[in-house]
Write a protein that binds this ligand. Structure first.
Ligand SMILES: [Zn+2]
Length: 318
């Protein structure tokens, strides 16, 4: 199945279409003027913002605002207005932490930088935003990324971890290698008992794994398990996409990732081809995780490419 998305706005639109039950192929650039920013108080001074694209976490307090991810550029003003409307502080968004490089999480970097915020991300986020290239599952899912403009680039990068000390909290970004991408960070708010997992944990079903962008299913499993081991049982989990979650939701997701990758590995060991795996519907028992973005065939292909190290062609733009 040839399933191509033109850009991250297409993904955002698809995610919106999912809830309407419309088929893939009808994606289009969203009408940004219609997007509303829904704000949910998660715990203490931590909020979750949902508009179009990845979920945003916000620490809002006396020192100002720190946000995790920033959706798309046309939504930056609405995001800033939603934060101001909380009535907690008139201080600006001082820091933006990116969970990874994808445009539905970093698209707002430039307008936030241009209004005084400092963007922080893992080293590989800077590399991939700078170079541009093709994101994808190593097969039929491909998305072209142009090199980002200067204002969209992180100013501060880190290799392993960084901590932002604001609003009485040690907000910690911790890098987990080769999961959803090669630049993933999971962000911990320990005082408020909240975590933002980026796209290492999503709620739309089978996840997109950017194999071409250095991601892998094994890294995703390892990262989420290691992060979960650091968290209290009653932690509130903000997923990269979808509703506020808890550790049971995370465990069910990891269980699915382990089971499905074991099934595909077994088929690889039995020298089955990708086509045979699809024809035999080897992920049939996990059908409820199939979705319009990553259906069972695309997830078989993703796992196959991840487990065999087939990354596809990562094409650099000059
Ligand atoms: Zn992503």
């Amino acid at each position: 199945m040839d399933f191509r998305l033109r850009n991250w706005a297409g993904i955002a639109s698809l995610a919106a279409l999912l809830s309407c039950g419309l088929a893939a192929g009808q994606e289009k650039v969203p009408d940004w003027s219609k997007v509303q920013i829904k704000v949910t108080r998660v715990s203490g001074n931590i909020y979750m913002l949902e508009g179009q694209g990845g979920n945003i976490a916000a620490s809002v307090g006396e020192d100002g605002i720190v946000i995790v991810d920033d959706e798309f550029a046309p939504l930056a003003e609405k995001i800033q207005a939603a934060l101001k409307n909380l009535g907690v502080t008139d201080k600006p968004v001082r820091f933006v932490i990116n969970t990874h490089y994808h445009g539905d999480h970093t698209g707002g970097n430039a307008p936030f930088t241009n209004t005084g915020s400092t963007v922080i991300a893992q080293d590989n986020v800077l590399k991939r935003l700078t170079s541009g290239g093709t994101a994808g599952n190593g097969g039929s899912v491909k998305m072209e990324n142009k090199p980002a403009e200067k204002a969209a680039l992180p100013i501060i990068t880190f290799e392993h971890d960084v901590t932002v000390h604001l609003n009485g909290e040690d907000i910690r970004a911790l890098h987990f290698p080769a999961g959803h991408t090669d630049g993933d960070a999971i962000i911990f708010f320990p005082k408020n008992n909240v975590v933002h997992m980026g796209d290492d944990f999503v709620r739309y079903g089978f996840p997109f794994i950017d194999v071409a962008g250095g991601g892998s299913v094994q890294g995703m499993i390892d990262g989420v398990e290691k992060a979960a081991a650091l968290l209290p049982a009653d932690v509130k989990v903000i997923p990269g996409h979808g509703a506020l979650s808890n550790l049971d939701d995370v465990r069910a997701y990891v269980k699915m990732l382990k089971e499905t990758s074991a099934v595909v590995q077994k088929a690889i060991d039995a020298h089955k081809t990708l086509d045979q795996m699809k024809q035999e519907k080897i992920l049939g028992p996990w059908q409820k995780w199939s979705n319009d973005f990553v259906n069972a065939d695309i997830f078989i292909e993703t796992l196959y490419n991840s487990l065999t190290g087939h990354k596809g062609d990562f094409v650099k733009h000059n």
